[in-house]
Design a protein around this ligand. Structure first.
Ligand code: 4AD
Ligand code: MG
Length: 459
C-alpha cells in the first residue's frame, strides 16, 4: 500500500479503511488506554492526530516515542470528535522508524527566530519555517507560471561571468588559481587562470537577458545572484534569487505596468494557493499583513519622479538619520517613509539622476536623469530595480567613457546596439524581498533556507 500525505488525508471527503502515513512526531501524550500523537509530514501546516491503542503489540516501544521521532502509521482515517480537526487516524500498526533523543532542540512550542537561525538545518520542522519554505516553493512556481502564461521565454543566464553588470564592484571572485602560488607571485596572474581573465559570480543576469530579448522578444531569468556588499542589514544577503524580465519594444511605462501586473498576480497566487500558510503569518507574525496584501492586489501603485520624491522627503520635516540631498541615492529609511507612511502603498520612483545609476540606463531628454525605475514597498523599501535601456550606441559609448568602463570588454554588449537595436526595458525583483513582503517576515535571513551573510556560511 502506498503512503498518503497528510494534506491529502485532511482534504478527504470520506472515511478511509486503510491508510499509511509517515512523518515526524510533533507532540505526544499518553493516557492509560491510548497514546495520542500529533504527526506532521511537511505536506501542510496541520498535523494529523494519531491514536494508538495500548493493546497494540509493540505498545512499550510506542510509549518510548519522543518529539522529533519518525514513524510510519497504518490505520483507519475516521472523523475526529476533537475540535479544529476533521479527521484522525486510529492506528492498527505503528512502526518506529527512528527515535529522536532528548537533545532534539525543537522541544518547545515556540523558539525565537534568532535561536532558530543557529539551527537552520532543523528550523524547517517548525510551523513557521515550514510555512515559509512551502510559500517560497509555491511562489517560485508562480513566477514561472506567470511568465509562461504571458509567452515569455525562460533564459538561463551564466552564474560565472566576466563583466560587472551593476558596475558597483561588489563581486565574488571565481578562480582556479592556487592561493599559495598567488601569494608567492605577489599578484593574481589572470592570464594563467582558468578563463584567462578575471571572472566573478554574477550580480545580475541582465546584460545576457538583453541579448536574448533582442532575439526572442520577451524573456526572463530567475536564478541565484551574488553580492559581496558588506551590509549587515535585515534586507541584504550575499546570495539571493532575482527574477529579471527583459522586454524588446518596451519603454519605461510598459516596464512599470509589467512590474505592477507581476506583483498583483503573485500576491493573488499566494492568497489563493497558500491560504493556510499565509494565515499563520496574518494571525501570528503581522496583524497588518492581510491589509498589506489587499492593498497590493486592489490599489493602483503610486508613481512619482525622483525629484518629486526628494521634495516630498524634505517637506516632510522628518528627522532622518541620513539627510536628503537631491543627487544622492535614497536611503532605506527614505524609501520606507515614502511607501509606508506617505503613500501607504507601493510606489514607483522614476527618473533618477544619471550620476547615481549604472551605465546601461537610458538618458532622458533633460540629459541629467535616466529612465530608471525602483518599486518601493511598505516595510522593505526597494523591491524592484530596473530601467529602460540605452539603445542608442553613441550615447551608450559616451556614458561608458564617462564612467571609465572598457568598451573593449563590453564589445558584445555594444554589438547589440549596432545590429538592429530597439527600445527595450527590464527590471530585477529580489525574490527574498518578495517573500518578506508576502509573509511579513522582517529579516531576510528567515526566508532563505541557508542564508549567506558576512561571516556566516555555517550550513
Ligand atoms: O536594483 P538591483 O541592483 O538591479 C539590478 O541588478 C538590475 N541589473 C536588474 C535588472 O534591471 N535586470 O537589484 C534588483 C533587486 C533589488 O531591487 C532587490 O530587491 C534585490 O534585487 N537585491 C537584493 N536582495 C537581497 N540581498 C541583496 N544583497 C540584494 N541586492 C539587490
Ligand atoms: Mg537597485
Amino acid at each position: 500500500m502506498k503512503r498518503v500525505k497528510i494534506n491529502t488525508l485532511l482534504a478527504s471527503d470520506e472515511q478511509i479503511e486503510k491508510v499509511i502515513v509517515k512523518g515526524w512526531v510533533r507532540t505526544k501524550r499518553d493516557s492509560k488506554e491510548f497514546s495520542f500523537m500529533e504527526l506532521n509530514d511537511g505536506s501542510c501546516l496541520k498535523n494529523i492526530q494519531i491514536i494508538a491503542d495500548s493493546k497494540l503489540e509493540n505498545y512499550v516501544e510506542i510509549s518510548s516515542i519522543t518529539t522529533g521521532s519518525a514513524v510510519s502509521i497504518e490505520g483507519r482515517l475516521v472523523e475526529s470528535p476533537g475540535k479544529g480537526q476533521k479527521w484522525e487516524i486510529h492506528a492498527d500498526k505503528v512502526d518506529v522508524i527512528s527515535i529522536a533523543p532528548e537533545d532534539y532542540p525543537l522541544q518547545k512550542k515556540r523558539h525565537s527566530d534568532e535561536f532558530l537561525r543557529t539551527i537552520a538545518h532543523l528550523r524547517a520542522r517548525t510551523n513557521k519555517y515550514g510555512a515559509i519554505f512551502r510559500i517560497r516553493s509555491e511562489m517560485a512556481f508562480a513566477i514561472h507560471k506567470f511568465y509562461n502564461e504571458k509567452g515569455f521565454r525562460y533564459l538561463h543566464t551564466p552564474i560565472i561571468t566576466g563583466s560587472d553588470c551593476e558596475g558597483a564592484g561588489e563581486m565574488f571572485r571565481v578562480t582556479a588559481l592556487d592561493p599559495s602560488s598567488v601569494a608567492k607571485a605577489g599578484k593574481m596572474d589572470f592570464h594563467s587562470d582558468f578563463f584567462g581573465q578575471e571572472a566573478n559570480l554574477t550580480v545580475s543576469g541582465q546584460l545576457s537577458a538583453e541579448m536574448f530579448a533582442l532575439a526572442l522578444g520577451d524573456v526572463y531569468t530567475f536564478g541565484p545572484t551574488f553580492r559581496a556588499e558588506n551590509s549587515n542589514t535585515s534586507r541584504h544577503v550575499a546570495e539571493f534569487w532575482m527574477v529579471e524580465p527583459e522586454m524588446a519594444f518596451c519603454d519605461l511605462n510598459g516596464n512599470i505596468d509589467h512590474a505592477q501586473e507581476l506583483l498583483k498576480y503573485l500576491t493573488k497566487h499566494a492568497i489563493t494557493n497558500c491560504s493556510e500558510d499565509i494565515a499563520l503569518f496574518t494571525d501570528f507574525v503581522d496583524k497588518e499583513l492581510r491589509k498589506v496584501l489587499e492593498t497590493l492586489i486592489n490599489e493602483e501603485y503610486a508613481k512619482i519622479s525622483y525629484d518629486e520624491a526628494v521634495e516630498l522627503l524634505i517637506k516632510s520635516g522628518k528627522n532622518f538619520e541620513y539627510k536628503v540631498v537631491n543627487g544622492n541615492d535614497l536611503q532605506s529609511e527614505h524609501e520606507r517613509f515614502l511607501a509606508e507612511e506617505y503613500f501607504k502603498k507601493p510606489v514607483f520612483l522614476m527618473n533618477y539622476p544619471k550620476t547615481i545609476k549604472p551605465f546601461y540606463m537610458r538618458v532622458n531628454d533633460d540629459g541629467r536623469t535616466v529612465a530608471a525605475v525602483d518599486l518601493l514597498v511598505p516595510r522593505i523599501g526597494e523591491l524592484i530595480g530596473g530601467s529602460q535601456r540605452e539603445e542608442r550606441l553613441y550615447i551608450l559609448e559616451e556614458r561608458m567613457e564617462q564612467m571609465n568602463l572598457s568598451k573593449e570588454s563590453y564589445w558584445w554588449y555594444l554589438d547589440s546596439r549596432r545590429f538592429g537595436t530597439v527600445p527595450h526595458s527590464g527590471f530585477g525583483m529580489g525574490f527574498e524581498r518578495l517573500l518578506m513582503l508576502l509573509t511579513g517576515v522582517s529579516n531576510i535571513r528567515d526566508v532563505v533556507p541557508f542564508p549567506r551573510t558576512p561571516g556566516n556560511i555555517d550550513f
